[in-house]
Design a protein around this ligand. Structure first.
Ligand code: NDP
Length: 313
């Protein structure tokens, strides 16, 4: 393996956690290098308004907020790069991270802030029609289905939020809920239930998404009665939660059974000294922009102490 570059601190991922780590690390003269991954700005770039991030009394658009995060990190001197970490070798120090399947970088310390990605139902018709009417992001793709009928599967806050968003664009939103209740917060549930053009199918699952080249309908199965019905739709949205983006660290970093990186309570430390984790990749409970940013700050401070103790900075 040929090493192209050696850095003190490598930050992988560009959501609130990664950028906040970069801001703190740059201000502490750690010369951080941050690789943005395939979705620069992370999940907030595919949301609309963020109303609960402190400091924005009138709310802020998610994509706009992430532009601010990036600008702030750059202004502090962080080296922000477009590129994807594709492999790691953490078997010895300095740690090695491969970028875009070609270039290897060595780092004295690494902050993993790779976030989480949308889950899919994993039925063949969903894969076949992905991009042809099947989407995991109503905010990104809802526009294409204005004045049409769509379906959405899921019953958490994301599904509720996306169903409400779609209800403003589409004629009818068919919401497929697998139990007889929703997981979403009470206030979101009430909003969904009080929206006349959202039709909820309780105890229901997606049997099949219909359509040859494009989505034309969905076959919904009631899991109590086993009865099925076909509903004509043009768009099918999946909003059933997320999986942490931690695959490349398997075998090196301790994780729970669902792939969330384990950190030592109250810190950003992983099982490997000098490797820290922040944001949604290590948090399946809070998953908020502000908690991700907070944990990014913790990771930078932990990294600073580590690098100083080892005499690297
Ligand atoms: P959640 O894990 O909270 O919810 C996932 C939903 O999808 C559940 O209703 C679940 O059903 C359903 N589901 C999972 N797998 C399947 C499947 N294979 N088929 C059908 N349905 C399935 O994920 P969210 O993305 O909604 O939310 C994640 C976190 O982010 C939560 O803590 C949420 O509160 C928060 N959030 C907050 C927002 C806000 O405050 N504005 C906005 C968006 C998210 P079941 O209930 O039966 O398990």
């Amino acid at each position: 393996m040929e090493i192209a570059e050696k850095v003190h601190l490598l930050i992988i991922g560009s959501g609130p956690a990664g950028y906040t780590a970069a801001i703190y690390a740059a201000r502490a003269n750690m010369n951080p290098v941050l690789y943005q991954g395939i979705q620069p700005g992370g999940q907030l770039t595919i949301t609309t308004e963020v109303e609960n991030y402190p400091g924005f009394p009138d709310g802020v658009q998610g994509p706009e907020m992430m532009v601010h995060f990036e600008k702030q990190a750059k202004r502090m001197g962080a080296d922000i790069r477009y590129g994807l970490a594709t492999k790691v070798d953490f078997s010895s120090q300095p740690y090695k991270v491969q970028i875009d399947e070609e270039k290897w970088i060595e780092a004295d310390a690494v902050i993993i802030s790779t976030g989480a990605s949308a889950k899919w139902l994993n039925i063949p018709s969903e894969q076949r029609l992905n991009g042809f009417g099947v989407s995991a992001c109503a905010v990104c793709d809802g526009f294409f289905f204005r004045n049409k009928e769509v379906a959405i599967v899921g019953a958490g806050d994301t599904a509720a939020e996306e169903a409400l968003y779609l209800s403003k664009l589409c004629t009818t939103v068919h919401m497929i809920v697998r139990r007889d209740e929703m997981r979403a917060s009470k206030v979101m549930q009430e909003r969904v239930k009080n929206t006349p053009n959202i039709k909820i199918y309780w105890n229901s699952e997606t049997d099949e998404i219909l359509g040859e080249d494009r989505v034309s309908g969905v076959r919904i199965r009631n899991n109590k009665t086993n009865e099925t019905q076909e509903v004509p739709i043009s768009g099918f949205f999946v909003a059933i939660g997320h999986t942490p983006n931690s695959d490349i660290f398997k075998g090196f970093i301790d994780m729970d059974e669902t792939g969330y990186i384990k950190t030592i309570a109250g810190t950003s430390k992983t099982n490997l000294e000098g490797v820290f984790a922040a944001g949604d990749v290590q948090d399946k409970i809070y998953r908020q922009a502000v908690t991700a940013a907070g944990s990014g700050c913790m990771a930078a401070l932990d990294a600073e102490r580590y690098l100083a103790a080892k005499g690297h900075i």
